[in-house]
Write a protein that binds this ligand. Structure first.
Ligand SMILES: Nc1ncnc2c1ncn2[C@@H]1O[C@H](COP(=O)(O)OP(=O)(O)OP(=O)(O)O)[C@@H](O)[C@H]1O
Ligand SMILES: [Mg+2]
Length: 226
């Protein structure tokens, strides 16, 4: 469970603190499927980075699965990320010299698993995203949609509680985007909480709750009746 209370984030610009997020109050329960929408520069990625423990609020409270994130040190944050969170980015962030399966194995190495188990889990994750026939390919031998599916396999290899995706379909054609959203839908049906940023209504339409941000503030938070 994710609980943000009166979260405020500012960046220092010379002597000035420039506020980017303010009065952010969100609770996200296990199993939700949430999209975050809003204009460019409104603070969506900043918020995702805070939720993903890549960054900390300047003020406020963030509780992630009963842990007070503001009180946690760097090592503890890294552990939280590794245990609970899988990240998916717009531009995939795959390592170019590693094959698909080696890319998926990476987070498992940090998790301290044995080589054989790592390989099995990575292959399982790739099978789940429909890429069993591409495991040995390098990223530049894959299409955009396939690269994103490798990135999703990497995100789910650790069985995370939360998937955080920042514009995961932003660089994809509509068909590959649909495939990615179908995978997220399936993962959500299996119990994973999915939180994603998107600019596209058609993509947000897959989600069950939409949060709108403008100028660093939440302007709407709607649960869809399906
Ligand atoms: N490290 C930083 N230092 C200073 N300002 C920053 C930093 N990161 C982001 N900002 C500023 O914070 C604001 C929000 O940025 P953010 O990346 O969260 O927007 P966004 O909603 O994700 O936009 P987009 O839709 O274009 O991705 C922007 O004005 C940006 O310039
Ligand atoms: Mg962004």
């Amino acid at each position: 469970m994710i609980k943000l209370k009166q979260v405020y984030k500012a960046y220092a610009q010379g002597m000035l603190a420039v506020p980017i997020l303010h009065d952010i109050n969100i609770e996200i329960e296990g199993g939700e499927f949430v999209s975050i929408m809003g204009p460019s520069g409104s603070g969506k990625s900043t918020l995702m980075n805070i939720i993903g423990c890549l960054d900390r609020p300047t003020k406020g409270e963030y509780i992630l699965n009963d842990v007070n994130v503001l009180a946690a040190d760097e090592a503890h944050l890294a552990l939280l990320r590794n245990q609970y969170i899988g990240f998916v980015f717009q531009h995939f962030h795959l390592l170019p010299r590693l094959s698909a399966v080696e890319n998926v194995e990476l987070p498992l190495i940090y998790g301290g698993e044995r080589k054989k188990e790592r390989r099995e889990r990575a292959l399982e994750a790739l099978a789940k995203v429909g890429l069993s026939d591409r495991v040995g390919h390098l990223p530049n031998q894959l299409s955009g949609g396939q690269k994103q599916r490798v990135a999703i396999a990497r995100a789910i290899a650790n069985n995370p509680t939360f998937i955080l995706a920042d514009e995961p379909t932003g660089a994809l054609d509509s068909k590959s985007g649909e495939q990615v959203m179908n995978i997220f839908t399936q993962l959500n049906e299996e119990g994973t909480t999915v939180i994603m940023v998107t600019h596209e209504e058609a993509v947000a339409a897959y989600t069950k709750r939409r949060i709108y941000i403008k100028d660093g503030e939440i302007t709407q938070d709607r649960r869809m009746v399906i």
